[in-house]
Structure formats: structure tokens, C-alpha cells
Design a protein around this ligand. Structure first.
Ligand SMILES: NC(=O)c1ccc[n+]([C@@H]2O[C@H](COP(=O)([O-])OP(=O)(O)OC[C@H]3O[C@@H](n4cnc5c(N)ncnc54)[C@H](O)[C@@H]3O)[C@@H](O)[C@H]2O)c1
Length: 308
């Protein structure tokens, strides 16, 4: 298949790119490299350097590449930035997505895959773990952006017949992750441990997340290609881990005597987050293959290499 992958120079997008290319698909990446890294681009990927806020550029690229599938992973992913500058966040995450959707309809894309966020869309959980039917009550502009694009997908599907898949990711972690993301705490802890700095815990460390390894996320993206629309799937592990538990797990992998520093909890972040993944299991026969300890070890090995 011919795939246009936005955000393909980023942490998750570049892993999705690699698995697509390995499977024999043709991939073009649309990225402005604001957080993405040119080093993560596969030699077989076509690259379009462009900003999704530039509607004319998006249109030109879509017309030129004529993808069967659009996989939309580009985003402004910093929740705190979205709280501080909601308009700038919306310009990228909402308007940028609309430019892509409009162009996708015009060229007759066969599948539009959207990287959404379980943690950010569901808000404070009323049901644990949260199924796909959980109410959408985002508590940050970042989450509002994800829910809004999901609603637009429904609209474009109803009105223009655009087929779509929404993947609601839990907290993705692994090699190549930056520190601003939703699962940035793992990267932040590893960096602090490896460089002898004091790790920071916001709040009391009792907040929980569902941490999923990036290779397992890439695998879902591969399995979902060509799947009948519309479909919304949680992509997580179904396991809840607190920041303190994570800290202890990492301390066992990287022995250290450094004590963490506790700072006030940050606005726009939920107390608990864990996704029910039984639907993805049932529909796709998919389930994560990497345990948290295995994933942390692989992430640690990668950081040891890059920080050398
Ligand atoms: N990391 C997580 O835990 C997580 C969880 C849920 C959802 N997501 C979603 O998955 C996607 C990928 O996240 P990530 O963690 O890999 O982030 P990332 O920052 O590593 O990747 C985002 C990519 O988008 C590009 N980009 C940003 N703004 C752009 C613009 N205006 N035009 C073109 N390209 C632009 C960046 O350069 C980067 O390559 C995002 O949509 C994010 O919201 C991530």
C-alpha cells in the first residue's frame, strides 16, 4: 500500500514507519521536524518537510503522493503547552488535522488512521479500566483537540464516506522518545538516573498510567491496515502502574541512591489512567507482547547508547 505518515520523524511515527517498510509498504513522511529527528527517517521513506498548518502544502503533497492510507501521527504533544497556549495547540492539532482530512477526501483516501489518546480523551476515569465506550471528558486542551478530531472523523465519514480508524493510545514509551510526551516520565527518570541528576515526581507519585511499549503500538498500526471502517480501539496493556512503582522498577534496573524530588502536581493531568484492551484483542487478535520490565530494559539500553 501507499501510505502517507504524518509525524513519521517522531518517536511513535518512526517506529510505525519501520514496521510498514519492513512489511513491504511504500511510505512517505510528512513532518516539520519540530520535535522529529531526521536520523529516524528510513532510507526507503520519501520525505516531505512541511507544516500541517500550511493547507496548500498539505494539499500539494497529498496530490503528489496519492496515498491509499493516511496515518496521522503528527501533533503538538505537550499537555502543559496546550494548557498555556490553547489557541496555538488548536491551530496545530485541530486545524492542521482538518487540512489533512480535507485533502484526504479530495483524493479519495481508502483509510485514515488517527493517533488519538485514551488517557487524554477519557479524563478522570469513571470506570477502571476504561473501555472505548467510556465518556469523553478531556481535562486539557490537548485532550479536547483529540476528541474534536475524533468528532470530525465521524463527520467526514458520515458526510463524505471517508473510512477511518481511531487508535486511542495509552502512555507509549520506548527508544527515541522525547521528554515532553505523555509518557515522558520514563525518559525523564532514565535520563536523570544515567546522568546523576535528581529525578522529579509531580504530585505524590500515586498517579497511575498504562505504559505500553512502542513496538507493540507499531504492531497494531500494521494489523489495522485495510480494516473495515469505522473503528475505534484502545491500545494499551490494561495494567495500571503508579509513578512510584515505575520509579522503583527503574531503580532495580539502574541501582542508585539518589532520592526523587517531589514538586506540585501539574494542571491538566488525570489521577488514574488505564485502558480496557479487550476489544482490540477480540477484533484484531492483538495483544501487547512486551512486559513493562522488558520494555524498560530495552529503553534503558537505548538511552545508554545515545547518552554515551
Ligand atoms: N507518546 C505517547 O504516549 C502518546 C500517547 C497518546 C497519543 N499519542 C499521539 O501519538 C502521536 C505521536 O506522538 P509521539 O509521542 O511520537 O510525539 P513526537 O513529538 O515524537 O512526534 C510528533 C511528530 O510530529 C511532528 N510535528 C509536530 N508538529 C507538526 C506540524 N505542525 N506539521 C508537521 N509535523 C509536525 C514532529 O516533528 C514529530 O516528528 C501524536 O499524535 C500523539 O498525540 C502519543
Amino acid at each position: 500500500m501507499r501510505i502517507l505518515l504524518t509525524g513519521g520523524a517522531g518517536f511513535i511515527g518512526s517506529a510505525v514507519q519501520d514496521i510498514y517498510i519492513q512489511a513491504g509498504h511504500e511510505v512517505a513522511i510528512l513532518d516539520d521536524f519540530s520535535t522529529g529527528n531526521p536520523a529516524y527517517i528510513h532510507p526507503r521513506s520519501q520525505v516531505y518537510r512541511a507544516d500541517l498548518r500550511d493547507a496548500a502544502a498539505v494539499e500539494r503533497i497529498m496530490q503528489e503522493w496519492q496515498p491509499d492510507v493516511v496515518s496521522h501521527h503528527a501533533a503538538q504533544i505537550d499537555v502543559r503547552f496546550s494548557v498555556a497556549q490553547p489557541a496555538a495547540d488548536a491551530q496545530m492539532n485541530i486545524l492542521g488535522s482538518l487540512h489533512l482530512l480535507d485533502a484526504a477526501v479530495r483524493i479519495g483516501v481508502k483509510q485514515f488512521i488517527f493517533a488519538s489518546s485514551g488517557g487524554a480523551c477519557y479524563g478522570e476515569l469513571q470506570q477502571i479500566p476504561a473501555p472505548e465506550t467510556h465518556p469523553l471528558q478531556p481535562i486539557s486542551p490537548y485532550g479536547i483537540g483529540k476528541v474534536t478530531v475524533e468528532r470530525y472523523l465521524h463527520f467526514y465519514h458520515q458526510t463524505y464516506g471517508l473510512p477511518y480508524v481511531i487508535l486511542r493510545y495509552a502512555n507509549v514509551y520506548g527508544p527515541r522518545q522525547g521528554m515532553t510526551g505523555e509518557a515522558g516520565v520514563i525518559t525523564a527518570f532514565i535520563r536523570a538516573f544515567l546522568t546523576g541528576q535528581t529525578p522529579v515526581i509531580y504530585g505524590q507519585g500515586t498517579q497511575t498510567r498504562d505504559y505500553i511499549y512502542v513496538a507493540d503500538v507499531a504492531q497494531v498500526n500494521l494489523q489495522i491496515l485495510g480494516w473495515p471502517s469505522p473503528l475505534t480501539l484502545n491500545v494499551g496493556t490494561g495494567q495500571e502502574t503508579s509513578v512510584l512503582e515505575l520509579y522503583e522498577l527503574l531503580r532495580q534496573l539502574i541501582p542508585t541512591k539518589i532520592r526523587p524530588q517531589f514538586l506540585p502536581a501539574r494542571p491538566g493531568e488525570v489521577a488514574r489512567s488505564v485502558l480496557d484492551i479487550s476489544y482490540a484483542r477480540q477484533v484484531l487478535g492483538w495483544q501487547p507482547q512486551t512486559s513493562l520490565v522488558q520494555g524498560l530494559q530495552a529503553t534503558l539500553d537505548w538511552y545508554r547508547q545515545v547518552l554515551q
